[in-house]
Design a protein around this ligand. Sequence first.
Ligand code: B12
Length: 213
Amino acid sequence: MSKEDILRMAMNAVIEGDEDTAVAAAKKAIAEGLNPVEVITEGLSAGMTKVGDLFNNEEISLPFVIVAADAMTKAIAILEPHIPPEHRGEKVGTVVIGTVEGDIHDIGKGIVATMLRVYGFEVHDLGRDVPVQAFIDKAKEVNADIIGSSTLMTTTLPGQKALQEAIQAAGLKVKTMVGGAATNQQWADKIGANAYGENATEAVQKAKELVQQ
Ligand code: B12
């Protein structure tokens, strides 16, 4: 099977919410020596983008999104251990990351956390639906360089603003990075976040810049 065929298999498996095929595609990708990051970004994520479009256009309902997300999560779990570390040597920095309170979308945040680890960051992933105080407490505990927050819904965007305000109120010397489909550079500027990352690659690049400042 060619690389393109495997990527297409992964993408279609997510679109169809076919967990077994998604897992099979991930295993095939590993067996064929494909880059797991490419399979996540160009196969699985491409499928999830299509699912989002279909949901937007009301061509599919929420249960289909749920099975698609499950298929993607299972396939990522197969691929992740095979991502080779891009950084050996001293830790680049410490990041606390999570999805803000009220928001349970965590696939993209998980990919960002994985990629930061691959590039040498120590990452403390608080998961999803994370209250502001939990970000602050963890950042203090681990002496974080960066707090990264994710949100995919407009309704939970204020959580990132509240986090920014709480960091200032606590006098924490930590940089902030926001991301997730509901966010953009303008939003980051508006709330005073130090960086915005559109995807996992950009998140790594911005995080590296933040620790060098
Ligand atoms: C999968 C999905 C779900 C899954 C989530 C499973 C999971 N474990 O995450 C399930 C089915 C559970 C779900 C539930 C809901 N969903 Co939903 N969901 C999606 C969908 C289709 C895809 C999201 C996804 O995983 N994309 C793939 C990943 C790889 O991309 P990503 O998340 O954007 O992440 C990348 C970047 O954003 C960035 N990034 C992400 N986080 C961070 C963090 C930092 C610090 C940085 C720098 C970068 C970064 O890097 C990532 C990797 O490249 C989106 C559609 C969309 N267009 O986003 C809707 C969407 C986000 N959902 C939506 C809604 C409304 C809901 C529900 C309220 C539905 C309902 N009626 O119940 C619930 C939410 C309940 C809650 N309280 O949170 C809306 C939000 C609308 C809005 N603007 O407010 C969307 C946009 C769909 C739509 N068009 O209506 N959903």
